[in-house]
Design a protein around this ligand. Structure first.
Ligand code: DAT
Ligand code: MG
Length: 169
C-alpha cells in the first residue's frame, strides 16, 4: 500500500522521483541470453545493492521495439537494430535504488564496447556496438517511459528490502 502511494506520487510529481526509489529499465539483449550472460548481468546489479522489482523473458514484438527505440528511427542502423533485438528472447528487468539510472549505465559501460572499460559489462563481455549484450535506460524520464512500455503496473513487485538498512544511511 505504501509502495502504491509512493509510485502514484512519484508518477504525479516527477521531480519527487529518485532517492532510493528511483527505478530503471535494464534488458539482457538476445546475444546476452544466448551467451548465458543473464546471471552475470543480474549478479552485477544485485551485488551493487540494487533491488529487483520485475523480471521476465520476452520475445519482443516488432511494435514494442519500434516504440522502445523510437528516437533512433532515422538512424541508418535502425533496421539492423530491430532485427537483432527480435532475433531471440530478451530478459526485461526493472531495478530500483539510489541513482540507479546513472549507476547502472556506469556498470553497463559505453554504447560501443571498444570504449567501455574493463570491469563494465560491455567492457568485459562483448566487442561490437551492434551486439552489446545489455540495455539500460539513459535518464529517469526514459526509464519511466520504458518501464511502462515493457511492464504492466501489476508486474512491478513491491517487497521489503531487508538489506536496505545496510545500504542506506
Ligand atoms: P545505449 O544502448 O548505450 O543507450 P543508444 O541508445 O545510443 O545506446 O543506442 C541504442 C542501441 O543502438 C545501442 O545499444 C546499439 C545500437 N547502436 C547505437 N549506435 C549504433 C551505431 N552507430 N551502429 C550500430 N548500432 C548502434
Ligand atoms: Mg539508449
Amino acid at each position: 500500500m505504501i509502495c502504491l502511494v509512493l509510485t502514484v506520487f512519484a508518477n504525479l510529481f516527477p521531480a519527487a522521483r529518485g532517492g532510493a526509489h528511483e527505478r530503471t529499465f535494464v534488458a539482457v539483449k538476445p546475444d546476452g541470453v544466448q551467451r548465458r550472460l543473464v546471471g552475470e548481468v543480474v549478479r552485477r546489479l544485485e551485488r551493487k545493492g540494487f533491488q529487483l522489482v520485475a523480471l521476465k523473458l520476452v520475445q519482443a514484438p516488432e511494435e514494442l521495439l519500434r516504440e522502445h527505440y523510437a528516437e533512433l528511427r532515422q538512424r541508418p542502423f535502425f533496421g539492423r537494430l530491430l532485427q537483432y533485438m527480435r532475433s531471440g528472447p530478451v530478459v526485461a528487468m526493472v531495478w530500483q535504488g539510489l541513482d540507479v539510472v546513472r549507476a547502472s549505465r556506469a556498470l553497463i559501460g559505453a554504447t560501443d564496447p571498444a570504449d567501455a572499460p574493463p570491469g563494465t559489462i560491455r567492457g568485459d563481455f562483448c566487442v561490437e556496438i551492434g551486439k552489446n549484450v545489455v540495455h539500460g535506460s539513459d535518464s529517469v524520464d526514459s526509464a519511466r517511459r520504458e518501464i511502462a512500455l515493457w511492464f504492466r503496473a501489476d508486474e512491478l513487485l513491491c517487497w521489503e528490502d531487508s538489506a536496505g538498512h545496510w545500504l542506506y544511511e
